[in-house]
Every structure is written in structure tokens, then in C-alpha cells.
Write a protein that binds this ligand. Structure first.
Ligand code: GRG
Length: 318
């Protein structure tokens, strides 16, 4: 594919917030009917489970992961239709992880996306089953939604990102610290704590972002070089997102975020603002966003939305 500068700032003076909000709204308009249709297909199940699936999957999230899938496909010369079912599958894994993360046995949250969490709106058993169902549905959607030669590789990519070496393992490490099973780390020096946080977040949060980008690339028949550029972007993006998330948890607005804030500090979690200070955490997030933008340079001009998203995630308020 021809190499050219990515016009990340092609919006000129146009406000980044407005331009990314518009672009994410376009993604929602495209993907939400597909998410809805995926739930309709489960309607032979008990109506309470179907209602919980709707609550979890169709709630007003930012649809960042579908955006990464679709924009990665676009950046590699593909179209949204080629990548649509991969985008649905990744959002299903994300929605499941939020439902299970909010459970009383984990973070015990009652607010998510500005609404009661799944176990609050329904009950704990239904929320567990809802997460289980979303996980299975994600792989069914991906296996059926990509052409046969790439479907198996796509399922492998998503399974690794959702499994014990990534999402589940990262969550488990996070719990270990919070529950006091890693007492040594609490008294460790800053460098050790930062290295530990990066390992947790690369697995718990970053791996699903990276999988979204890879799936978009695969759906667009990207070559190894293009996948490499997306991977470098994804690594920097994932960490930048997480640092910004920590800062928002410490300083953000509950109404804008649609979830409880300050809970990391309450639970004694290690966060970037507590370990390195708020200003340093913001500076690191901004540097990572620029690293992500730089990784896109060899890609097609259509990588612009990915670049703008990287800059937006470190300045967002939601
Ligand atoms: C239960 C296996 C398992 C894993 C849970 C998702 C997760 C791992 C924990 C959620 C806690 C949390 C706030 C993590 C930080 C990163 C994150 C996933 C934030 C939420 O993602 P957004 O901002 O959410 O994209 P929306 O609602 O916009 O989709």
C-alpha cells in the first residue's frame, strides 16, 4: 500500500472533541442495529436473559472497540461491511467483561453507562449468565461473520485477547493486589509499581484494543507490515487509554462518565495518578498518544480517524 503522511490534523482548527464525537456517533449508528440484530437471534432464550443481554450490549457506551475494528479495516483499504461482524464480536466481549467486572464478587458496582449495572437491573445469576452468553455469542458471530480463511485466525486472536494470558489474567492480577494477596508490591518502589501496572493493563485493557485492530486488519486482508503498524499503534493507544481512565477515575465527573468515580483510590488500587502524580500521568498519556499517531505514518491516509481517536482518548471527559 502506498505510503503517505496521515492527515491526523486534517480537521485543521476544528475541535477534536466535536470531530471524534461525530465519528464515534457514525460508528454507533452503523454498529448498534447489528448489535440489536445479534440479540434478536437469541430470542428463543428465556425473556429475562434476552432483556439482560439487551441491557448489557445496547447500553450507551462509546463503542471504542468497534470503532477500532472499522477504522483499522479502513486504514488497510477495506470497508466497514467487511469488518462489521468482527466489530460486533469485540463489543460483545467488552460488554461481557463489564457485566462480570461489576458483579458483587468483583468490583461490586451499581452504576455503568449511566444506568444500573446488569446484576442491579436484573439479579446476580442472570448477570453471570448474560456475560457467559455474550462470550459464546462473540465467537459464534466471529466464526460466522468472517470469510473461512480468516475466521479461524480471527477466533484465535479474540480468544487470546479474552483469555487467561490477557483480559482474564489481567483482571486476576488486579484483584490480587486489591485483595491484599500481593502485599510486597504495596511497599515497592515507583519503577516496580509502574512496571506492574503496565503488565496488568496491557493484559486487562490493552489486549482487547490490540485484538480489535488486528481483526479490522485481517478483515481487510492487511499484510504483515500493516498489521505491525496497527499493533504498534494499539500498544501505545491501550496504555494511553488506561492512564487517562485512571486520571478520570480520580478527577472526572460521575455524570459525564456514567459510572462511580474515586473507587480506585477507595479500594487502595495502584493507579497512575497515585503512583506517579497526576501531572506526570497526564504527560505520559499524551506522549503515548503521540507514539500511537506516529505508528500510523506509513499507513494509508484513511488512518486519520485512528490518529484523532488516540489524541481524543487522552483529553476526553467520558
Ligand atoms: C471480568 C474478565 C473480566 C474482566 C474485566 C473490563 C474490565 C476487565 C474491567 C472494567 C474496569 C475498568 C474500568 C477497566 C478500565 C478499562 C475499561 C475497560 C473501561 C471501560 O471501557 P470504555 O470506557 O467503556 O470503552 P464504554 O462503556 O464506553 O464501552
Amino acid at each position: 500500500m502506498a505510503s503517505c503522511q496521515v492527515p491526523i490534523d486534517a480537521t485543521g482548527g476544528v475541535d477534536l472533541e466535536a470531530s471524534v464525537s461525530r465519528a464515534l456517533a457514525d460508528v454507533s449508528a452503523f454498529i448498534d442495529p447489528l448489535l440489536d440484530r445479534a440479540i434478536v437471534a437469541t430470542e428463543s432464550s428465556a425473556s429475562r436473559l434476552v432483556a439482560a443481554l439487551r441491557h448489557a450490549l445496547l447500553g450507551p457506551g462509546k463503542r471504542l472497540r468497534p470503532a477500532l475494528v472499522l477504522w483499522a479495516a479502513e486504514a488497510c483499504g477495506g470497508g466497514w461491511d467487511d469488518a462489521a461482524q468482527a466489530a460486533v464480536a469485540v463489543e460483545m466481549i467488552h460488554a461481557y467483561s463489564l457485566v462480570h467486572d461489576d458483579l458483587p464478587a468483583m468490583d461490586d458496582d451499581d452504576l455503568r453507562r449511566g444506568r444500573p449495572t446488569c446484576h442491579r437491573a436484573f439479579d446476580e445469576a442472570t448477570a453471570i449468565l448474560c456475560g457467559d452468553a455474550l462470550q459464546a455469542l462473540a465467537f459464534e458471530t466471529l466464526a460466522a461473520g468472517l470469510p473461512a480463511p480468516v475466521a479461524a485466525r480471527g477466533c484465535l486472536v479474540l480468544a487470546r485477547a479474552a483469555g487467561p494470558d490477557a483480559l482474564v489474567g489481567g483482571q486476576s492480577d488486579d484483584l490480587a493486589l486489591e485483595r491484599g494477596w500481593m502485599a510486597d508490591l504495596a511497599g515497592a518502589d515507583t519503577a516496580t509499581q509502574v512496571a506492574w501496572m503496565e503488565r496488568v493493563h496491557r493484559r486487562k485493557t490493552g489486549a482487547l484494543f490490540a485484538a480489535a485492530l488486528e481483526l479490522g486488519g485481517l478483515a481487510a486482508d492487511a499484510d504483515a507490515d500493516e498489521l505491525g503498524h496497527l499493533d504498534r499503534y494499539g500498544r501505545a493507544f491501550g496504555l494511553a487509554f488506561q492512564i487517562a481512565d485512571d486520571v478520570l477515575d480520580a478527577e472526572g465527573d460521575e455524570a459525564a462518565l456514567g459510572k462511580r468515580v474515586g473507587k480506585d483510590a477507595d479500594r487502595g488500587k495502584l493507579t497512575y495518578p497515585t503512583v506517579m502524580g497526576s501531572a506526570a500521568a497526564r504527560a505520559r498519556a499524551r506522549a503515548l498518544a503521540e507514539e500511537a499517531v506516529a505508528a500510523l505514518e506509513p499507513l494509508h491516509a484513511a488512518a486519520g480517524p485512528l490518529g484523532r481517536l488516540a489524541r481524543w482518548i487522552v483529553t476526553r471527559n467520558r
